[in-house]
Write a new protein. Structure first.
Length: 179
């Protein structure tokens, strides 16, 4: 849904935000990955179960992992982003990685994702990271266009990903932050 530019405030996520973030994340998967992943997998996603997992992940977040939320003028969480050190297997590198970026599906096109991404990029640049990397499903053309408009581009790395036995390949995007 397109609309006027949303007025949002970005802040660090708290444990109390986990339920809303999980709802946004699950609905985001169900919307963005329709036709890209097996529908039974998407239909089975449960925001309540995801929230329990999210609380655990949030409580155990490694050093350098940052969770951000975007709030609208009524203080409702309408988006979530998470970034930190790039993960190369079990190794953390000097590059940054955008782990996740989701917006309430009813607010898509209002600039919330762009605002969250800009703040993540700003924080990663300020932390001294030279590059920011992210993984996106190869078939997710909407997300790929979004990242390309923000200065990211495919760097040639690809990763096999499988959901319920169905291949869902990912491509890596990169953006130079410093230098």
């Amino acid at each position: 849904m397109s609309g006027p530019q949303a007025r949002v405030r970005v802040r660090e996520m708290t444990l109390a935000d986990c339920d809303r973030v999980s709802l946004i994340r699950v609905r985001g998967w169900q919307n963005a990955y329709r036709g890209l992943m097996p529908q039974p997998h998407l239909d089975a996603m449960d925001p309540t179960a995801d929230a329990a997992r999210r609380r655990d992940l949030f409580a155990r977040a490694p050093e350098g992992v940052v969770h951000l939320v975007a709030e609208d003028e009524g203080s409702e969480v309408v988006g979530w982003a998470c970034h930190g050190p790039y993960r190369d297997g079990e190794t953390r590198t000097a590059d940054a990685e955008l782990y996740a970026l989701y917006v309430d599906t009813g607010r898509l096109g209002a600039g919330i994702g762009r605002t969250l991404l800009q703040e993540s990029v700003r924080r990663c640049r300020a932390a001294g990271h030279a590059r920011m990397l992210l993984w996106v499903l190869e078939g997710n053309t909407r997300a790929r266009r979004f990242y390309e408009r923000a200065g990211f581009g495919p760097d040639g790395a690809e990763e096999p990903f499988e959901v319920d036995g169905v291949p869902v390949p990912e491509v890596r995007y990169a953006r130079v932050l410093n230098g």
